[in-house]
Design a protein around this ligand. Structure first.
Ligand code: ADP
Ligand code: MG
Length: 840
């Protein structure tokens, strides 16, 4: 509470608590009148209010307690009329204060848990450097003297050394926190907050509460403890209602800074020692100083060695104070008013130094909205650009579709039929298709890709399919030939495979075929992009397992044709709200139905002690002629460590557990051809068990594999576990997934039980999103989305609101060219360029 009005209100409240003894303010309430008057006028409080308040308080000392009460009530009414926020504090005439402790849930919601202020103390090692840093008076005066309030503020991009009090040494320390410019500092948001806003007199303190106490230092002394290895500073502070023992460790400079007679504010947890109330290592600051560390909701910033919490707070305060109001507000005034969001300057100010939890929440909501709006605008503009393109329409006749269906070994599901209709429609529009085909593992995406490529080829154009590994590419080649050539729709020779391992002569032949147009369909890996391959008439690019590719690779493939159609496939079950954001530029087709007749995979969560049961189960399956995967989690640390763990485990399983079977190994340190070879051997049945780290290939179809044993299951997200599980259950045999966590931890295992209860990848992804946030399953390409400052991709309401507003804005002003949108256009440009490569 640091507006002049709120500050005054607080002292009035304290004074009332004390029974109007005129000791809430040292030396009497009237002594603060003049300084307060100046401060309030400077802060823009109307002079009528200021003068009325000042007049009413000037003779406070000479009044009787009863008249004092009347005076304070008058002042209170004046304050309330001027700023309704003040009224949120209980008025001085209210009944005696309850032991008002905010419910903790309130703090948690804002990630500001009270009482846990220890981390920043721990990081701050006492030392000469810090001692001088801690003496922050100089910084403040320096800023005050060189920066007249009307002076021109430095540019936001100015280096931190332009802040008086920050020299090259401090600047290089701050750089370790990624802070280089004034703007960086402005956006260095607190990690959490400490609520020190409750001001109390000493005789009303309760053990265990987090409060602020204002008093005078009676005595202070330092003595060595623990055989001289530590120094204990013991200080007695009193406020007329009682006295309090306050201790600190190893901060010898306090003896000089808190001399007897100093008026201080102390904030922290009320503790007890030998039956008396105490405070241990509270935050403190002299009372006459602007209160940043005490007597308010205090921001807690991430620190690094050489930066103290107090110093950083003061630096941030000086920068925020000077610059927050000068940052151009990107939100058009009308939108801001309609959504009832605070101005950017106020939001920045409040998010650093909140006046109340309520204002903090509002400020956070405002900043989160900005981020989400920019994200949606960026995505929508991309989509807009895309739909402005044209391409040659590809007409596909009903007879082709009928012939394709006639030769399928199964009937398409309703979802597949819909997907096929979507694709066929897109190909015919004359605008390039840009479609995401999203379906759980095993939902049958490949056949849709085959149909799309077949349609393209049948109209005389070419199609290319990009797969992340040669195993998968090989598998797709086989599927395409079965589905297209098998039915006589295309000759086998016009469907070809191009991977790194393709012999040079064959590569050359394929290149010629693609250039002449004789080859209609090519399936390949990165080699397709790296080789100098050119097409006669590429009209469709298909990308399988999109999360394995970057945007550049998508663009590189597309660049090989003239605005070709794009079909992107993913088994990553992203909830719709997220899909609309991350892939907002793509149209979405969902395969939300499994082919009929699948035997559901049975999943069992075992306890670590039951591992041998799992091995017996696997052995039984091997005896029945089936195969098994054993997954090991990514071990924290280097890939080498991970590889070694997998190598050791592989040896143990081969020698001790499955001695009569062949056990293969797959891990991240293997060369690509070694990985391919291990997978291929497993596919051919030459290996019975495949031990793998999480690199096991997505999308691979080994119908004879029926067991997926996952060690350290607790280390994986549900969505990823589901992907692993999808490697089995692809053949005619019943399949099993065994989860072995590392511990018996109840809560972890409860999370894993979701795997037993559902086979629905979308449901699991949603649970994952709730539990672990989006970073986990978005894959590398979209990882940057996890770095939004405040907006959360799990906040569906926010996403929807921002989408609505973004759509409305672009409809009104598609290029954001209007003057009232200039600031927004600039922000958008910065936002998009900072995230280039993450937005599709
Ligand atoms: P994914 O969506 O994971 O890429 P695939 O395309 O590999 O799935 O299909 C998984 C398996 O399901 C394949 O063996 C495929 O032949 C089979 N399949 C696809 N569609 C159907 C269907 N409609 N009916 C029965 N089996 C199908
Ligand atoms: Mg697939």
């Amino acid at each position: 509470m640091n507006t002049p009005l709120a500050k005054l209100a607080k002292f009035l409240r304290l004074e009332a608590d004390r029974g109007y003894d005129n000791r809430a303010v040292l030396g009497g309430l009237d002594r603060m009148v003049e300084p307060w008057r100046e401060e309030a006028l400077a802060a823009g409080v109307t002079s009528a209010t200021v003068e009325a308040v000042a007049a009413r308080l000037r003779d406070y000392s000479s009044l009787s307690p009863h008249s004092r009460q009347e005076a304070l009530e008058d002042v209170w009414r004046l304050l309330e009329e001027t700023d309704p926020d003040v009224g949120q504090t209980a008025s001085p005439s209210a009944s005696p204060p309850a032991i008002a402790h905010r419910p903790t849930g309130h703090h948690e919601a804002l990630s500001g848990t009270p009482g846990a202020a220890s981390e920043e103390h721990a990081e701050v090692a006492p030392g000469a450097d810090l001692e001088s840093q801690d003496d922050d008076g100089e910084l403040e005066t320096a800023i005050a003297s060189t920066e007249p309030p009307t002076g021109k503020a430095p540019a936001l991009s100015a280096p931190l050394t332009t802040v008086p009090g920050i020299g090259p040494k401090s600047a290089s320390t701050l750089a370790k926190l990624g802070l280089r410019t004034l703007e960086d500092l402005l956006w260095y948001l607190p990690r959490r907050y400490e609520d020190y806003s409750q001001l109390k007199t000493i005789h009303r303190l309760w053990y265990g509460e987090v409060v602020t106490v204002i008093g005078t230092v009676e005595s202070i002394e330092m003595r060595p403890i623990r055989g001289g290895r530590m120094k204990l500073i013991e200080c007695i502070v009193s406020d007329g209602t009682g006295s309090l023992r306050v201790t600190w460790f190893n901060q010898p400079w306090l003896v000089n800074q808190l001399r007897p007679g100093t008026a201080v504010a102390l904030s922290g947890l009320v503790d007890q020692y030998l039956g008396r109330l105490t405070m241990s290592s509270p935050e403190w600051e002299p009372l006459e100083r602007q209160q940043l560390h005490t007597n308010r909701i205090v921001p807690i910033y991430g620190l690094t060695a050489g930066v103290t919490a107090r110093w950083l707070r003061r630096v941030v305060d000086s920068v925020v104070g000077r610059l927050a109001q000068r940052v151009p507000d990107p939100l058009p005034e009308a939108m801001r008013a309609e959504l009832d969001l605070p101005a950017l300057g106020d939001a920045l100010q409040q998010v650093h130094f909140p006046d109340s939890w309520e204002r903090l929440r509002t400020a956070q909501a405002r900043l989160a909205f900005d981020e989400m709006l920019l994200l949606q605008l960026a995505v929508m503009q991309l989509k807009h650009e895309w739909t402005a393109l044209t391409t040659e329409p590809l007409a596909v006749g009903d007879d082709w579709v009928a012939a394709f269906n006639a030769h399928l070994p199964y009937a398409l599901t309703a979802a597949q039929n819909q997907a096929l209709a979507d694709v066929r429609h897109d190909l015919g529009t004359g605008r390039p298709m840009n479609r995401l085909l999203q379906g759980d593992v095993g939902s049958g995406k490949t056949v849709i890709a085959a149909a799309a490529m077949g349609m393209t080829a049948s109209s005389g154009a070419q199609a290319a399919l990009l797969a992340p590994t040669s195993i998968l590419a090989d598998q797709h080649l086989a599927s395409l030939r079965t589905l297209l050539s098998g039915g006589g729709l295309l000759p086998e020779g016009s469907i070809r495979l191009l991977i790194g391992a393709t012999p040079a002569a064959e590569k050359e032949e394929i290149r010629r075929g693609l250039l002449s147009g004789d080859i209609r369909i090519v399936v390949g890996t990165h080699a397709l992009l790296e080789e100098p391959v050119a097409f006669a008439r590429l009209r469709l690019a298909v990308i399988d397992e999109q999360h394995r590719f970057g945007v550049e690779q998508r663009a590189a493939l597309r660049a090989k044709g003239a605005n070709p159609h794009l079909l992107v496939m993913t088994a990553t079950p992203i909830p719709r709200s997220l899909a609309l954001t991350v892939f907002g530029d793509l149209d979405l087709t969902l395969l939300d139905e499994m082919p009929a007749g699948r035997i559901p995979i049975e999943t069992r969560l075992l306890r670590p002690a039951e591992r041998s049961r799992a091995y017996r189960f696997v052995t039984a399956q091997l005896e029945a002629g089936r195969q098994a995967f054993v997954i090991y989690p990514l071990v924290e640390g280097s890939e080498n460590v991970e590889a070694k763990a997998a190598v050791d485990e592989h040896r143990r399983l081969q020698d001790e557990v499955f001695p009569s079977y062949r056990v293969g190994l797959l891990h991240g340190r293997l060369r690509p051809d070694e990985k391919d070879e291990a997978m291929a051997q497993f596919r051919r049945g030459e290996l019975h068990v495949l031990v793998s780290t999480s690199v096991v290939e997505v999308g691979v179809d080994v119908p004879n594999a029926t067991v997926m044993l996952i060690e350290g299951a607790n280390r994986f997200g549900l969505a990823q576990l589901h992907q692993f599980r999808g490697r089995v259950g692809r053949g005619p045999h019943a399949s099993y997934c065994l989860l072995v966590p590392e511990t018996d931890d109840e809560r972890e295992n409860e999370r894993l039980q979701a795997m037993e209860s559902t086979n629905d990848g979308f449901r699991l992804a949603e649970m994952d999103l709730e539990q672990r946030g989006p970073g986990d399953f978005l894959g590398t390409r979209q990882a940057g989305f996890a770095e939004l400052r405040l907006a959360r991709l799990t906040d569906i309401h926010l996403i929807e609101q921002a989408r609505r507003e973004a759509a409305r804005l672009l409809e009104l002003d598609p290029k954001l060219a209007r003057p009232e949108h200039a600031a927004l256009a600039r922000s958008l440009q910065e936002f998009a360029s900072a995230r280039k490569g993450e937005i599709s």
